[in-house]
Design a protein around this ligand. Structure first.
Ligand SMILES: N[C@@H](CCC(=O)N[C@@H](CS)C(=O)NCC(=O)O)C(=O)O
Length: 324
């Protein structure tokens, strides 16, 4: 674990001293967009036209943010157009690495680098900040297009439609306002809420994140008792953004991040919904349970100093879901 300061790697853990024990996630630094014709997107600069084989996605199978982008790559039929490299599950003193001594870790398929931080300095030699996945890399200009998953999934949702012919739309225009409202609550209290519980370094900070998390899970469970998906009968990005946290919850967040009041399996609608999404075509193939379990328990030494990885019963994501 660490970060880059003026292009030099420093091995430091999150500093929660300045924030009263609260974990505050920093904003992503690379915010360009792939568009059908290379025109600039909502942020960043232009020049990133959708082209088959030009872009490469670096992910961790453990990471819920990276997992969103892998799901969209599968749902939108982009496997033949965007390559993938998978980092090693252990994120230790060099951060994410391209070691390959673990099933499913591919190494850096483009450059053969050792560490993800080398990709950041290749894109920006004086980069300062965290080195996070996902990373969407442009082979043509040798730089990072984006390291912000919420924007990468929107690019994948539509930018390549002319190449793939897949026009499935998970960000439909008429639902955007409602999707944004649900995303905002889910991001703050659930996706990032579990991290705020887990990385808190004071009791107060932990409790301030724990209560809203379980309030939101109850709210979502109720919403899903009346609606098949968060937006009713249409499956949208709001569902996929929630799914990657739900999938990890009972195996990791419930124990390791002390989100212990209840499991997803104790919320009947959320649990059946998690199974339904898991069983959608292409999704199970994006799920790397071994990396999920290994990464969190082994990498977060401040939470689990002896690095003992628990023996777990994997939830039965393939069981009948009975929805729809
Ligand atoms: N806002 C980013 C967050 C990505 C993120 O925090 N990824 C984690 C892995 S789950 C990471 O790489 N952390 C390394 C670090 O913070 O040093 C996104 O959604 O893409």
């Amino acid at each position: 674990m660490g970060m880059l300061v003026d292009g030099t790697w420093q091995d430091v853990w999150y500093d929660t001293k300045a924030t009263g024990g609260r974990f505050e996630r920093s904003a992503s630094a690379f915010r360009n967009w792939i568009t059908p014709d290379g025109s600039a997107g909502p942020s960043g600069r232009g020049g990133f036209a959708a082209e088959s084989g030009r872009y490469h996605l670096y992910v961790s199978l453990a990471c819920p943010w990276a997992h969103r982008t892998l799901i969209f790559r599968a749902l939108k039929g982009l496997e033949d157009h965007i390559g993938v490299s998978v980092v090693h599950p252990d994120m230790l003193d060099q951060g994410w690495t391209f070691l390959t001594d673990d099933h499913g870790a591919t190494g850096d398929r483009l450059h053969g680098l050792d560490y993800a931080h080398q990709l950041y300095t290749r894109a920006k030699p004086d980069y300062s900040g965290r080195v996070t996945v996902p990373i969407l890399w442009d082979r043509q200009t040798e730089t990072i297009v984006s390291n912000e998953s919420s924007e990468i999934i929107r690019m994948f949702n539509s930018a390549f439609d002319g190449i793939t012919g897949n026009t499935d739309d998970y960000w439909p225009e008429d639902l955007r306002e409602e999707i944004e409202a649900v995303n905002a609550r889910v991001y703050d209290t659930v996706n990032n809420g579990v991290y705020k519980c887990g990385f808190a370094t004071t009791q107060e900070a932990y409790e301030a994140a724990e209560a809203p998390l379980f309030d939101s899970l109850a709210w979502l469970d109720d919403r899903l008792s009346r609606n098949r998906y968060l937006m009713g009968d249409r499956l949208t990005e709001a569902d996929w953004r929630l799914f990657t946290t739900l999938l990890r919850f009972d195996m990791v967040y419930h124990h390791h991040f002390k989100c212990s009041r209840a499991r997803i399996a104790d919320h009947p609608n959320l649990w059946a919904y998690t199974r339904e999404l898991y069983q959608r075509p292409g999704v199970a193939g994006t799920v790397g349970i071994a990396h999920i379990v290994r990464h969190y328990y082994y990498s977060h030494q401040t939470i689990n100093p002896n690095r003992i990885v628990p023996v777990l019963t994997t939830p039965d994501f393939g069981a009948a879901h009975g929805r729809g």
